[in-house]
Design a protein around this ligand. Sequence first.
Ligand SMILES: [Zn+2]
Length: 247
Amino acid sequence: MSALKLATYEERYVSRLSKRTAAAQPSFIPKLVCKPSRGQDTLKVGIFAGLHGDEQAGIDAAYELLRWAWNDPEELQDYELHLYPICNPSGHRLQTRHSWRDLDLNREFWSGSQEPEVVYLESELRREKYDAIIALHTDDEQDGLYGFVSGTILSEEVLQPALQAASKILPLNNHHLIDGFLAKSGIIKEGYQGVLSAPPEQRPKAMEIVFETPGHAPLEKQVAATVIAVKTILAEYRLLHAYAPNL
Ligand SMILES: [Zn+2]
């Protein structure tokens, strides 16, 4: 079977899947770890994509970052990168934002949710105690790049240059109100309850950034903008962390 025929077959197959059959499929959340090539005082970063199953750009960007870390381990320097490219496997199979149980998983964290994806990811977040958490998303209703910051005050300092770097590929969202939240130069300091984040009790707090691409832009540009944003986040975080490790 040629690659093209296979793709067509898969497309038809997926479109016929009911939610029940999707749920019956074996399901797992992949986790890929890239260890640093050198350094003792490593910084552990968790990158989470595909928590909304129909947001392909973040998923592709996560795999692109994996290739980068694999091929150029020197560039990772002292980072230990943990990639979770598909956090909502049933939603990804169904090409839906929600999971097969019709839940927005990104509103379920740290609230006693029994959803297996959330239970697993919460246990990972608690066990790994990430220094930084980067969540990759796409917003169909916005026409430019933006992001949410929380955790340490470094988050905003780091997201700003990342948005600048990515704005060479896609425009920045300069609206004062994004998604109902006050924003400045594409940065929102509030956020929804229940989003994927560090455990509430974690100290020192993690740097937390949610990066959003405009869903109607060409996919390859969304992926490229996300990759350059994440690389800039890593570079800037390393610089700032050296000056203020315990903020
Ligand atoms: Zn999303």
